[in-house]
Design a protein around this ligand. Structure first.
Ligand code: SF4
Length: 289
């Protein structure tokens, strides 16, 4: 298997075989993200990807149960080629159970409902989609390249096709400037999609990203741990997404939360209030991306 550059995957894909269908992110504009800044985007040659899969099958034929398609937005690949790779993977790995992918909203919208259904029938069971924020002003400021209406439509269409959506938002992404709007509109977008899974990371800004310059110039103000938890509390009081499995247990988070919406919201709010009363936040030195 050939890998190019640093390869990222969601935490829940730790036991998956990772296959790069693309290199980098086709947009690569988000002001807070450093993941693919060192890579020039391209779609890999299908023959090269197939050769990687075949080489891997010679070694791990009976050990691969999950396959994750990277890099940043493998849904940009033509449906015909995605179907070919997924079928080939199920043929080469007889114990394969599921295939998942990072999906940018606009790449989902570029596919028809029939294409999404065909991908699901072939074995694509999960798509990880970055919402980042439900607030259009924040999405514009961070140069996400999609607005809340597009993200809602993409999420709903994936779920309607039977592809479980795992959606991620970033606590603190509105800064102090749009803390409330970020919390409320993020909750509203998730409530409108009702994804299978939702999670919150917490903003961490690396030195080389454009947002770091905004902070230095006073155009963006980071939230304190206490404010992050106030924002999360507001988000939880607003959300209505029955049955969505929720996690806020990433290394970047100040307080670990986990539960199922709407059932476990009161418990999670109690956990936040307890942490706030005792100032029990993960120390900065323990946080990581
Ligand atoms: S956040 Fe996602 S869409 Fe934005 S630059 Fe990073 S990988 Fe690309």
């Amino acid at each position: 298997m050939q890998y190019e550059g640093i390869v990222y995957r969601p935490p829940s894909e730790a036991r998956s075989l990772i296959l790069q269908l693309t290199i980098g992110c086709a947009r690569n504009t988000c002001t807070f993200c450093s993941m693919y800044k060192a890579k020039q985007f391209r779609i890999r040659d299908l023959a090269e990807v197939t050769a990687d899969l075949e080489a891997c099958a010679r070694l791990y034929r009976d050990r691969v149960r999950r396959l994750f398609l990277a890099d940043g937005d493998a849904m940009i690949v033509k449906t015909r080629d995605l179907l070919y790779i997924i079928h080939r993977a199920f043929f080469l790995f007889p114990l394969l159970e599921r295939v998942s992918v990072y999906a940018a909203p606009k790449d989902v919208l570029a596919k028809t409902d029939e294409e999404l259904k065909a991908l699901r029938e072939a074995g694509l069971t999960m798509a990880y989609m970055g919402l980042e924020s439900g607030d259009d002003e924040v999405l514009k400021r961070v140069r996400k390249g999609a607005d809340s209406a597009q993200i809602i439509e993409a999420g709903r269409r994936l779920e309607a096709a039977g592809i479980a959506v795992s959606i991620t938002a970033i606590s603190g992404l509105g800064g102090c400037e749009r803390m409330e709007e970020h919390a409320i509109h993020t909750a509203d977008v998730i409530s409108a999609i009702k994804p299978s899974y939702a999670s919150l990371l917490t903003l961490m800004v690396e030195e080389e990203v454009p947002m770091a310059k905004e902070i230095r110039e006073g155009r963006f103000t980071l939230l304190s741990p206490k404010q992050i938890m106030e924002e999360t509390r507001l988000f939880l009081t607003r959300i209505d997404s029955e049955g969505t499995v929720f996690r806020s247990n990433h290394a970047s988070n100040y307080v670990i939360l986990a539960g199922v919406f709407n059932r476990d919201i009161p418990d999670m709010i109690r956990r936040i209030d307890r942490a706030a009363a005792l100032s029990e936040y993960r120390p900065e030195s323990w946080r990581g991306l």
